[in-house]
Design a protein around this ligand. Structure first.
Ligand code: CMC
Length: 464
C-alpha cells in the first residue's frame, strides 16, 4: 500500500489500479462500480443490484462472518500467517516481558500506555473497587453446590447492572469509565466466590495490599493464615497468562459483547453476553479438552498411536490449529516459557512431558506441517491452571477474568463509533408463506416433537 502510494505521489511510471470493483450482474447485464475501501466493499453497495424495481436487491450471505468485517477497530491486530499479535500496536511479546495485566488493561481501554501517575491512579481505582455488595454473596449462596462457576459468573456479572443502574447512561464518559473499573475490579472477586461456593468454603474478601493476580490467588486459596503470601513466580505466571488472554479482536464473545451492546444496553449486560459466549466449548473450553486428551494418552509411548488416530480423523489434536493463526500462535510460545517456572513451585506434572513430546512429533509430521497446524494458546495454559490447583471447571473462568478488559475496550470503541447501529443481520427466509390459520379440530400432526422433524405417519404429503 505504501509502495503504491509512493508511486501515486511521485507520478511513478506504473499506473495504479482504481480503488473500485466492477461488477456485472449477469441476470440483467447491468454493470456497477463499487468502492473498495481498506480492502473491503460495503455489503450495502450490492443492494442496488436488482432484477426488477420491486426486487429487494442483492445481499451478502456469510453465516459465520468468516469474510465479513463487522467494525473498524484499533484495539488488537493479528497477522495469522506471520504469527503476530499486537495490542494497540505493541507486540504481545514486549507486553508480556515488560508490562503487567493492569497496565495492559489500561492500554487496551485508553489506547496508550499510561504515565506513572496515570498508572498509579488506575491501579488505585481498580484496587478500591474489588469488593462486591454483600447481597451478591447471598445471591451466590443461592446456587447449587455443584453449579458451574462460569454459569455463576455469567449470572453475577449480569446482576451487577442492578447494583449500578446509572451504568445505562452510556453516553456519559464518567459512567462508562466507572463501569470498566468496576468490572475489571470485581470479576476476580465474583470468580473466586464461585470457586469457594463449589467447595463450601467461606468467601475471602479482597486484600488491597496484594497485586491484582496476588489478590486473586488469595481470594481463591487463603485458608487459616492471617495473611496470604502469593508465590511471586505464580503471581507473575498468572499475570502473563492474563496479558495473553486480554483481547483477540472480533472473536465469538467479543462479537457477542458488541452485538448485544449495540442495542445500547448497559455494559454489565453486554459483558454478561460475552461471558455466555465464552462458556461454549468451541470458544473458552479447549484448554480443558487438552488436559482430558493428555490424560487419555497417559504415556509418551502412546503418542504415535494417538497421532495415527488424529490423522485418520478419529479425533482432533486439541490445542492445535487456529482459524486465524497459520503459524505458531505467539501466545503459545510465551506460555510455554512460563510452564517450567510454575512447575518449579508446584512440582513437575508428568503431563508436561507428554505435551512436549506430542508437540515435537506433530511438528515433525507432514499431516500437521501441510495443514499449518501449530500449538495454540490452549495447548499449555490448562497445564498451568491444573498446576495452580484449579479444577477444570474453573479454566474458562480464568479466561473470562482477563478478557473482561478486552470486552470493555471493544465495547467503548463500539459505543463511540459514529457508524454503530443496532446489530441486526438479514436472513434468507426458507419457510412457508401466506398460510391460512386452521382451527385446532381440523389440524393434522405435521411435526414430531422434540426433534421438530416432519411427522411421517398420518400426513397427506400433498398437504405438507
Ligand atoms: N487436529 C487435527 N486436525 C486438525 C486440527 C486439529 N486440532 N485442526 C484442524 N485440523 C485439520 C482439519 O481436519 C482440516 O483437515 P482437512 O484439510 O484434511 O479437512 C484442516 O486441518 C483445516 O482445518 P479447519 O477445520 O478448516 O480449520 P478451522 O479454522 O475451521 O478450525 C479450529 C480451527 C481451532 C477450530 C481447529 O483447528 C480445532 O478444532 N482445533 C482444536 C481445538 C482447539 O485447540 N481450539 C482452541 C483454539 S485457540 C483459542 C482461541 O483463540 O479462541
Amino acid at each position: 500500500m505504501a509502495e503504491e502510494q509512493r508511486h501515486r505521489e511521485d507520478g511513478g511510471g506504473v499506473a495504479t489500479a482504481k480503488e473500485t470493483l466492477s461488477v456485472t450482474d449477469n441476470r440483467t447485464g447491468e454493470s456497477y462500480e463499487v468502492e473498495v475501501d481498506d480492502g473491503t466493499v460495503r455489503a450495502m453497495a450490492f443492494r442496488q443490484m436488482k432484477v426488477s424495481d420491486d426486487d429487494f436487491g442483492l445481499m451478502a450471505y456469510d453465516p459465520a462472518f468468516t469474510n465479513t468485517a463487522s467494525c473498524r477497530s484499533s484495539v488488537c491486530f493479528i497477522d495469522g500467517e506471520a504469527g503476530v499479535l499486537e495490542y494497540r500496536g505493541y507486540p504481545i511479546e514486549q507486553l508480556c516481558e515488560q508490562s503487567n495485566y493492569l497496565e495492559v488493561a489500561y492500554l487496551l481501554i485508553y489506547g496508550e500506555l499510561p504515565t506513572r501517575d496515570q498508572l498509579d491512579e488506575w491501579v488505585f481505582e481498580i484496587t478500591h473497587h474489588t469488593y462486591v455488595h454483600e447481597n451478591i454473596k447471598k445471591f451466590v449462596e443461592g446456587f447449587r453446590y455443584d453449579a458451574h462457576p462460569m454459569g455463576m459468573l455469567l449470572a453475577t456479572v449480569g446482576a451487577l447492572s442492578t447494583f449500578y443502574p446509572a451504568a445505562n447512561r452510556i453516553d456519559d464518559p464518567e459512567e462508562r469509565h466507572m463501569a470498566g473499573v468496576r468490572m475489571i475490579a470485581k470479576v476476580p472477586t465474583l470468580a473466586a466466590f464461585a470457586y469457594r461456593h463449589n467447595l463450601g468454603l467461606p468467601y475471602v474478601y479482597p486484600d488491597n495490599d496484594l497485586s491484582y493476580p496476588g489478590n486473586f490467588l488469595s481470594m481463591m486459596f487463603k485458608m487459616t493464615e492471617v495473611k496470604y503470601q502469593p508465590d511471586p513466580r505464580l503471581e507473575r505466571a498468572l499475570d502473563v497468562l492474563w496479558i495473553l488472554h486480554a483481547d483477540h479482536e472480533q472473536n465469538c464473545s467479543t462479537n457477542a459483547v458488541r452485538g448485544v451492546g449495540s442495542s445500547r444496553v448497559d455494559p454489565y449486560s453486554a459483558v454478561a453476553a460475552g461471558v455466555a459466549a465464552l462458556y461454549g466449548p468451541l470458544h473458552g473450553g479447549a484448554n480443558e479438552a487438552v488436559l482430558r486428551m493428555l490424560d487419555r494418552i497417559e504415556s509418551a509411548d502412546n503418542i504415535p498411536a494417538f497421532l495415527e488416530g488424529v490423522k485418520k480423523k478419529d479425533e482432533k489434536l486439541m490445542g492445535f490449529g487456529h482459524r486465524v493463526y497459520k503459524n505458531y500462535d505467539p501466545r503459545a510460545r510465551i506460555i510455554k516459557k512460563h510452564v517450567d517456572e510454575v512447575f518449579e513451585v508446584t512440582g513437575r506434572n508428568p503431563k508436561l512431558d507428554i505435551a512436549v513430546e506430542l508437540e515435537k512429533r506433530a511438528l515433525d509430521d507432514d499431516y500437521f506441517v501441510e495443514r499449518k497446524l501449530y500449538p495454540n494458546v490452549d495447548f499449555y495454559s490448562g497445564l498451568i491452571y491444573e498446576a495452580l490447583g484449579l479444577p477444570t471447571d474453573m479454566f474458562t473462568v480464568m479466561f473470562a477474568i482477563p478478557r473482561t478488559s478486552g470486552w470493555i475496550a471493544q465495547w467503548l470503541e463500539m459505543v463511540q463509533d459514529t457508524e454503530t447501529k443496532i446489530a441486526r443481520p438479514r436472513q434468507i427466509y426458507t419457510g412457508e408463506r401466506e398460510r391460512d390459520f386452521q382451527p385446532i379440530e381440523e389440524r393434522e400432526q405435521r411435526v414430531d416433537p422434540p426433534t421438530g422433524e416432519a411427522a411421517t405417519s398420518t400426513i397427506d404429503p400433498t398437504k405438507r
